[in-house]
Design a protein around this ligand. Structure first.
Ligand code: ZN
Length: 316
């Protein structure tokens, strides 16, 4: 555990008289109520979806539906933004991609672009990444995307809009169902409401599984973002970026988001592992980082065809 975090715990015992909003709360005494509220919201959301939105969503996922199990003779690589992303042998990846051996999925464009890789598919779902968000990192991201027309975007159905995406004007757009019903529905079919945590990397895993790739290598899905957590003297939680690239959105102030403090934050960390294990294990995923904390996937073996994609000077 990070030293400064432990420091935060010690300090909290001395600062009990701070306003409640400033305290670190050790136990989730309100969590049952929060869960009830969340469940009511999800049930309402899911009901509204089936009453009013399912037909529209079905139309918008038509192109993705046609790709079901289309790639059974090919492998895929899904790249997320954790530090293990830098273990990739980018030259070897480029060669494998150019020879048609592998399709590359990214959940961000810039880290791949910066290493000379043009992903075949980019899966987006963070509203911050939407092109209507005019901030520096996002403008750079969209410039890179637009410089590479062969990259295909896969976005939520509610992003379907010809004003922002040329492929939506031509009807060639790929969209997935991003209705959240965590814990209420099962499975990872991207045409249906999502029963797992709203994490873009998990959505990319679900989509690549749906497209039927023979095996899906995974790199950068580390779940180590908590290593960037700090607790200040004022008991504010701050999460410093702990990613392979800083070319992405990062809101370091966590206080408003994790109202129950550190326990709430680590509950979320645990959910990341829980949903991976629950819905994404025992499938065709291969973790290219042998030392990864994520144990839901088979770890890469020495004789794996993915082995050449990892640098020799790493421990994977
Ligand atoms: Zn569209």
């Amino acid at each position: 555990m990070d030293g400064s975090l432990l420091c935060g715990f010690k300090r909290s015992t001395q600062l009990r008289r701070l306003p409640r909003s400033k305290q670190i709360i050790f136990f989730q005494e309100n969590s049952i109520w929060n869960v009830v509220i969340q469940r009511i919201y999800l049930v309402f959301n899911l009901t509204w979806y089936y009453i009013a939105e399912s037909q529209k969503t079905s139309k918008r996922t038509k192109n993705l539906r046609e790709l079901k199990d289309n790639f059974s003779s090919m492998n895929a690589l899904m790249t997320a933004n954790g530090p293990s992303f830098l273990k990739l042998n980018f030259q070897s990846l480029m060669e494998s991609q150019n020879s048609g051996e592998i399709k590359v999925f990214g959940i961000n464009y810039s880290p791949l672009f910066d290493h000379g890789i043009r992903p075949d598919y980019v899966v987006l779902s963070d509203h911050y990444m939407h092109p209507r968000n005019y901030v520096e990192t996002n403008i750079r991201f969209w410039k890179q995307i637009n410089s590479c027309p062969e990259t295909i975007l896969i976005t939520p159905t509610n992003w379907c809009n010809g004003k922002y995406f040329s492929q939506c004007s031509t009807g060639k757009c790929l969209h997935f169902n991003d209705i959240g019903a965590e814990g209420l529905v099962r499975g990872i079919n991207p045409l249906r409401p999502r029963g797992y945590l709203s994490v873009t990397a998990l959505k990319a895993l679900a989509i690549s599984d749906f497209m039927g790739f023979k095996e899906i290598g995974v790199i950068g899905l580390d779940n180590t973002f908590y290593k960037g957590l700090k607790v200040t003297q004022d008991l504010e939680m701050v999460e410093n970026a702990y990613h392979a690239s800083n070319g992405q959105h990062f809101n370091s102030q966590l206080g408003d988001f994790w109202k129950l403090g550190v326990s709430d934050y680590f509950f979320f960390v645990s959910l990341n592992f829980y949903f991976l294990k629950k819905y994404f294990s025992k499938k065709r995923y291969v973790n290219l980082d042998r030392s990864s904390l994520v144990d839901a996937f088979t770890k890469i073996k020495i004789d794996s065809h993915f082995a050449k994609l990892v640098r020799n000077d790493t421990d994977a």
